[in-house]
Design a protein around this ligand. Sequence first.
Ligand code: SAM
Ligand code: SF4
Ligand code: F3S
Length: 477
Amino acid sequence: MDQWDSGFFPPDREPDRQYYFINKLMQRNAAFEENNKRRSRFFIQTFGCQMNERDSEKMAGVLIKSGYEGCESEEEADVILYNTCTVRDNADQRVFGRLGVLKGLKEKKPELLICLSGCMMQESSVIEKIKKSYPFVDLIFGTHNIYKLAELLYERLESGSRIIDIWEKEKEIVEELPAKRKYPFKSGVNIMFGCNNFCSYCIVPYVRGRERSREPKDIIKEIEALVSDGVKEVMLLGQNVNSYGTGLTDKVTFPELLRETEKIEGLQRIRFMSSHPKDLSDELIEVMASSEKICSHLHLALQSGSSRVLRDMNRHYTKEDYLLIVKKLRERIPDIAITTDIIVGFPTETAEDVEDTVSVIKEAGFDGAFTFIYSKRTGTPAAAMDQKMSEEEIHKCFDRVLKTVQETAKKRISLLVGRTMPVLIESVNEKDPSMLTGRIPQNTVVHLKGDSSLIGEIVNVRLDRAEGFYYIGTRVN
Ligand code: SAM
Ligand code: SF4
Ligand code: F3S
């Protein structure tokens, strides 16, 4: 008998409590398999950022441990889980659109379980809309209780009625639950949760709660386990990794955590995101410059090149501060790739401010950027500000920003042509199966001839030419 099945009542302590419910689900799923001559199947669709990707891997881990098996489409699934994002309105609309399709599936297969989790579920207006317009949804939970998936699913199955469990506030960090990685050779690792920065346009602090750092020993232990399971590259995840350690009893800074991570034998590459410019220290630049394992890539969100707009955005740095960081980075790490996020159309932004952004893009020379049109998020301070530019002006400015980023990226990417670089091979090329796709430390994609046996290996590749935002290369030994 399993240690978690030894009592009639679930334990209070986590993660023991969840293992108790995993066990209960296993028993149900064994009976399902006996009756249906197949395993019960789940399908997870993830929306949003790496945080959500990692949360989905954790939920997949719990489902697999509970006796479910993954499948590739909603049509084959017995349990469908959408892990949602609400950073911009179009993220919400995509989920509502797909829920409309699920209605038909549920009518054909009433025993199908439809579950929703993640950031969008932390908004009361969304919950009201789902209750009213999508009553066929079986289970709804938020960002703070994803670790309770086994318990919530079991409760839903036993009670037969819909469960909505949203916590307004974060509670403890629960360690030691399983995860099923998308890639055997690389993994995201949460080093912190939540955000305290309250950039005036952003909903994330409201839906992810206050910043909490994991204990360094738990992080290191997780990475060691990942490495012994075949992981070569980790991506340390947080909304602002540069403020890692605040609030821990034994204070540890992010550069110190990186130094400890570097010592892990067998680990070959370290990446991290996101970095907030206001907290980026010289010590971090030094650790990156002297490291053998930290990749020469920094994603450093600019958001705007206008110091006035940055102030309205509550970002706590100026255009000059940002450019100084870029200068220091390029001096200490000449090959570094710097990528960024830019928002166009923030309420107080004018076409003149966008010119400032364009000049910062040129001066910083970004290797790439995610550019977004501002999306109003109810409840954030920016939602109450009057919009200065018309939709038409915003779209014009957006195109101008995009074009400038494309120009700098093209220039930067061409600089490494002819060089031989280590490439972590990630997959067979989707369009041409005789080609492989991988990434150099700078994070730029490389396509090269080769067979699938190289997936997960780091090989030396000569970068023959740059095409758009990727390289075509040849393996060299
Ligand atoms: N914490 C990260 C940072 O500060 O670098 C960013 C995380 S956020 C999930 C990713 C990006 O979404 C932000 O950098 C910002 O550019 C964009 N974003 C956030 N709120 C937005 C909004 N209301 N409208 C448009 N883009 C937004
Ligand atoms: Fe949003 Fe700012 Fe926090 Fe990033 S740092 S998640 S942009 S509030
Ligand atoms: Fe990420 Fe979207 Fe939530 S970007 S933190 S999944 S709102």
